[in-house]
Design a protein around this ligand. Sequence first.
Ligand code: ANZ
Ligand code: ZN
Length: 812
Amino acid sequence: MAKYGTSIDKKWQKIWQDSNLYKFDKNKDGKKLYVLEMFSYPSASKLHAGHWFNYGPVDSWARAKRMQGYNVFQPMGFDAFGLPAENYAIKTGIHPKDSTIKNIASMKDQLRAMGAMFNWENEVITCEPDYYKWTQWVFLKLYEKGLAYRKKAPVNWCPSCNTVLANEQVIDGVCERCNTEVIKKDLTQWFLKITDYAEELLEKLEDLDWPEKTKSMQRHWIGKSTGAEVTFKVDNSDVEFSVFTTRADTLFGVTYVVLAPENQLVDKLTTKDNLALVKEYKDKASKQSEIERQSITREKTGVFTGSYAINPVNGKKVPIWVADYVLNTYGTGAVMAVPAHDERDFAFASKYNLPIIRVIDGGESLPYTESGKLLNSNEFDGMISEDARKAIIQKLEKYNLGCEKINYRLRDWLISRQRYWGSPIPIVYCDKCGIVPVPESKLPVELPYDVEFDPDGKSPLAKSESFINTTCPVCGDHAKREADTLDTFMCSSWYYLRYPDNNNSKKAFDTELINEMLPVDKYVGGPEHACMHLLYARFITKALRDMGYLNFDEPFTSLTHQGLILGPDGQKMSKSKGNTISPDEYINEFGSDVFRMYLMFGFDYTEGGAWSDDGIKSIGRYIDRVERILAGCREYINNPNNDKKTLDKAEKELNYVRHFSIKLITDDIDKMQFNTCIARLMEFTNALSKYITEEKKNAAFLNECILDFIRLLASFAPHFSEEQWSLSGIKTSVFNEKWPIFDPKALIKDEIEIAIQINGKVKSRINIASGLSEEAIKEAALHSEDVKKHTNGKNIIKVIVIKGRLVNIVVK
Ligand code: ANZ
Ligand code: ZN
């Protein structure tokens, strides 16, 4: 009978829990190791194989670290607010809170069935008032610091559903529900000033042990660009505006300038005859997404405003156009166009017959976008681009018409959501006092249960009279609450700070404790979070540090992305495609260990792959086999005959495999290369199996070997190994054991095999003692029977020895 399956899982899970085996105590011996897996969103489709792939292998890693002497903290929780629960509620009428609580309960059952060392006593659930109270507190602290502000910003709006849509609900410009064309609508919303931290967010990336690709994505997202701002005066007017350029060296080649359609100056600068066309163009542009507008291949369009600007370096008059390839949210929302040296400007100028002036020497064809020597640029002719940029900026500075400028692509973080299922924003609007933050003593601003969340054009909370009407904390007069809720990324931007101190009712966390417990030493989750969540968390950590609540700079020292487990069809798992794989049936059939080992053995951890359960049975058979072999060993250990003291050849062989396995598994598990670890365990199993067929065995030695084997297996198959450990008669948990350390001496083989070549062709192989001198190897080779046969009657001209590998004999 196999010693795996749910009964053995349950038995050990209960014992572990009752004995508080994994309970974290910061005063315990060992270096603190905070292992964190990205918490999951409570969904009706529960945990799928992909979640398991995140949590199971990382738990194995954490178990190994525990045995290696670390004091491991591995908490778990739920990212429980968000749009899916609300959409589900709109469809079915089931309240988001009810469905969320139900989903959490069933997912928790699944997580418990995994048997991971989660510190459940530290659980956080972001939709509980005792958590979001502190999310609101974080918001208030940012507000106090001037890092939260209000500003008008467009939202996606479906005129038919009468509701705001998240970006992911807009599919090719139409509403995902009703296929109506989505429009943009300006609303006053809350933003967080993440841009204040752009430089540090960029710089500190260097120090992080994160995947290079993720760092590069963040770098790109932050998008630092060094250039200049150049001022253009409008002809016959006292209006002036600046452009941002990275190519001040091309200033003499400017033949027109372009404003973004949303630029406030457009209306002011458009002359009467052009008003109608410009207005029409602006309307059209407002329906395009920024991504579409930035596409290089898209046909460039634009309209002339009727006004002209003056080029500050040569006083030339150039026309002012409006075109949607210029974004209002980057730089100054205006550009100087140099068609000879910029792809987009070239396409635009060619289409609208605008002049093209070459000012950089190089290549025949235009546009020429590289650096080079200047021409057609007055006193700067002959200078190279890099020097000219500086010289031209210097000249502009003298006349107050320009300066050096650094720009970031990073935008401030819009946190207002016109949704119900999120944390209320703790702000009150009073006619007399204006914007008033809710005092800390009045937190949390509780999310009311009884709310009409069907979409009808208003934020659901705005329709709740009892919620929205309140009194002003300053003057006591009637006031209204903010009706929007916080972006759920705000909830997850600080959750790792709450885990170690999750029951603190006085503070979000105790600074002294958190400074001891953080940063997170190992963070593991999907690569899809490269920019949003991982950047927001870094920002919030830095902001709280600057307020004195934390003393570290970065939340996650080391980061790993697990690969994606795809559906059997090779597509991303999703309920709508019907290709999600539930772990539950596998757990019921094989138990948690076999499922976990199969995931680790069948897929490369950082690559993932399409689901197939082809090999799962063979993992089951492997565990069966281990059980039989260990039973056989034990039987012998308990009734030894022919016991010996020193290791003979067979024992040395087993000892070699044992120590070789320890060495490689120790290295590979560190790198989360789980599949090779399991392959080593299999080799170790084979060696044990071979050894017990020996007639003369060494019981004490064999016992040492199987105990080491179980210690190594324990991280990968925790329940099974704990059972096997207890069968060895040891009363304490295998997870309180020390990780085995390999003995380098055991890895030196007494004998090695070397090849013998005659005239460069391998003719024979011989075994010789390792460590022989060159002379002795030569002797051994020449005296072997094979060599004698092959060299018989021939002249040996030369013998070449390559130590440890081969002997080449040259004959004639
Ligand atoms: C003149 C010029 C000449 C430019 C040339 C490039 C090549 P990065 O590197 O991404 O920062 N630009 C500036 N603001 C813009 C906006 N709001 N929307 C679209 N384009 C904008 O790019 C900076 C360059 O992008 C700037 O340098 C500007 O075009 C354009 F031969 O200025 B350049
Ligand atoms: Zn007031």
